[in-house]
Design a binder for this molecule. Structure first.
Ligand SMILES: NC(=O)C1=CN([C@@H]2O[C@H](COP(=O)(O)OP(=O)(O)OC[C@H]3O[C@@H](n4cnc5c(N)ncnc54)[C@H](O)[C@@H]3O)[C@@H](O)[C@H]2O)C=CC1
Ligand SMILES: CC(C)CC(=O)C(=O)O
Ligand SMILES: [Mg+2]
Length: 367
C-alpha cells in the first residue's frame, strides 16, 4: 500500500483548533486501522505573513503541489486588517486554488436528521436536505483583471474588479456538475445573472450547449442567481446539484450553510482536472467557514466541517469510500446522541467543546 502524503495547512483563528481534531483522527487511523498517512505541516494566512511576510511561502506552495492532498483550516483575522492587500491572509488560499488549478469546488449541504430542528428555517423545509453546490473556483471576479483602485484626481477614487469567464472554464465546471448529478438525483440547476451580465449570458449559453452535446439525460434548469438565493431559503429541497460561478457560489454556499444548522457543519473539496497519465487530481479540502475570530482560542468551535472535509478527502483523493461513509456515519451518530457544540446547541442537548466533539466522533468511527 502506497503512503498517502497529506500536507496540512491549519492557518489562523479556529483553523488550528479544528485541524487538531483531524490530526488525532489521522494518527488513530494509522495506529488502529493500519492506514499509511504521512503528514507534513506548513503555514498559510496571517501566521505565514508573520513568519515570512507572505501569505504562503514558495517552499510551502511547492509542498502543496507535491502532496497527494492538502488539508486546509482557515485564514484571516483582524490582526492582519492593515497588511498590504497583496499579502493579506486570504491571498494564500487564493494562490493555492489558482496555482494548483483547483477549478471545481464541491460544497455539499446536508441536514443531518438530528439537526433538523436546529436550523433557523422550519423543520419541514430542511429535513432530509441533501444538495451539492458546485462552485467554479479559479475564474470570475476573484481573479479577473483589471483589479485595482485608481485615483481619479478629483478627490474621487474608482474600485474595479473584473468578471471574466472563457468558454472552456464554463464547459469544464458544468461537466463536473453533470457528472456528479448522474451519481445523485440527475438534476442540475445553473445559476447566473444573464439579465445584467455578459458573462452570465455566456455562462447560460455554454451550460446549455454542454448539456445538449453530452448530458441530455440529466435534467437541467436555469435560474437567476438572486432568485436562486431566495429559492434556497424558500424550498431548498427542489435542488439537487447547483452549478454557479466563483462569487455567487461563495455567497450561495454560505446561505446553504444555515440550512444545515451552522456554517460549522459545511465541508468542501476543491479539485483539479485528472492528470492525463496518472489520472490523479490535485485536491485541497477545507471547511466552508472562515477563521471565526470571535470564537478563536475558546475551544468552542465546531470541528465537524473540518472532519467532514477529511471524509471528502478519503472519498475523492483516496477512493476510501467505506471509511468516508463510516466517518460521516460517526458524525451523524454523535449528533443523534445529542452532543452539540455551541453553534448547534438547543435545549435538552449535551453541550461540548471542540475537543470533546472530535474525541466522540473518532471513538464512534473506530467503533
Ligand atoms: N476559507 C477561509 O479561510 C475563509 C476565511 N475567511 C476569513 O475569516 C475571517 C472571519 O470571517 P467571517 O466573515 O467572520 O466568517 P467566519 O466563517 O469566520 O465566521 C462567521 C460566523 O460563523 C461562526 N463560525 C464559523 N465557523 C464556525 C465553527 N466551525 N464553529 C462555530 N461557529 C463558527 C463565527 O463564530 C462567526 O460568528 C475573515 O478574515 C475572512 O476573510 C472567511 C471565509 C473563508
Ligand atoms: C478567499 C476566501 C476567504 C473567500 C471565501 O469566503 C471562500 O472561498 O469561501
Ligand atoms: Mg466564503
Amino acid at each position: 500500500m502506497a503512503t498517502k502524503h497529506l500536507f496540512l495547512l491549519p492557518g489562523d483563528g479556529i483553523g488550528p483548533e479544528a485541524m487538531a481534531e483531524v490530526k488525532k483522527l489521522i494518527a488513530a487511523m494509522n495506529e488502529k486501522l493500519g492506514s499509511d498517512f504521512a503528514t507534513d505541516e506548513g503555514l498559510v494566512g496571517g501566521c505565514a505573513y508573520d513568519a515570512h511576510g507572505a501569505a504562503i511561502s514558495d517552499a510551502d506552495m511547492a509542498k502543496a503541489m507535491a502532496a497527494d492532498a492538502v488539508l486546509f483550516g482557515a485564514v484571516g483575522g483582524p490582526k492582519w486588517d492593515a497588511v498590504p492587500y497583496e499579502v493579506r491572509p486570504e491571498a494564500g488560499l487564493l494562490r493555492l486554488r489558482k496555482d494548483m488549478e483547483l477549478f471545481a469546488n464541491l460544497r455539499p449541504a446536508i441536514c443531518y436528521p438530528a439537526l433538523a430542528a436546529s436550523s433557523s428555517l422550519k423543520q419541514e423545509v430542511v429535513e432530509g436536505l441533501d444538495i451539492l453546490i458546485v462552485r467554479e473556483l479559479t475564474g470570475g471576479i476573484y481573479f479577473g483583471e483589471p483589479k485595482q483602485i485608481i485615483d481619479l484626481g478629483n478627490g474621487q477614487k474608482r474600485g474595479i474588479d473584473t468578471q471574466v469567464y472563457d468558454t472552456f472554464e464554463i464547459e469544464r465546471i458544468s461537466g463536473v456538475a453533470f457528472e456528479l448529478a448522474r451519481t445523485r438525483k440527475n438534476h442540475v440547476t445553473s445559476m447566473e445573472k444573464r439579465n445584467v451580465m455578459k458573462s452570465g449570458v455566456l455562462w447560460n449559453e455554454v451550460v446549455t450547449q454542454t448539456h445538449k452535446a453530452r448530458y441530455s439525460d440529466v435534467k437541467l434548469d436555469h435560474m437567476l442567481a438572486d432568485a436562486g438565493g431566495m429559492q434556497l431559503v424558500r424550498w431548498p429541497k427542489q435542488f439537487d446539484v447547483i452549478v454557479t460561478d466563483n462569487l455567487f457560489g461563495d455567497m450561495l454556499s454560505d446561505i446553504a450553510a444555515m440550512l444545515t444548522g451552522s456554517i460549522g457543519m459545511l465541508p468542501s473539496a476543491s479539485l483539479g482536472a485528472p492528470d492525463a497519465k496518472t489520472k490523479k487530481r490535485k485536491a485541497l479540502y477545507e471547511p466552508v467557514h472562515g477563521s471565526a475570530p470571535d470564537i478563536a482560542g475558546k475551544g468552542i468551535a465546531n470541528p465537524i466541517a473540518m472532519i467532514a472535509s477529511f471524509a471528502m478527502c478519503l472519498r475523492y483523493s483516496f477512493g476510501m469510500v467505506d471509511e468516508a461513509d463510516r466517518l460521516e456515519g460517526a458524525i451523524a451518530a454523535v449528533l443523534d446522541q445529542g452532543l452539540r457544540t455551541k453553534d448547534i446547541f438547543s435545549p435538552g442537548m449535551t453541550g461540548v467543546g471542540t475537543v470533546e466533539m472530535g474525541d466522540a466522533i473518532i471513538a464512534k468511527f473506530l467503533g
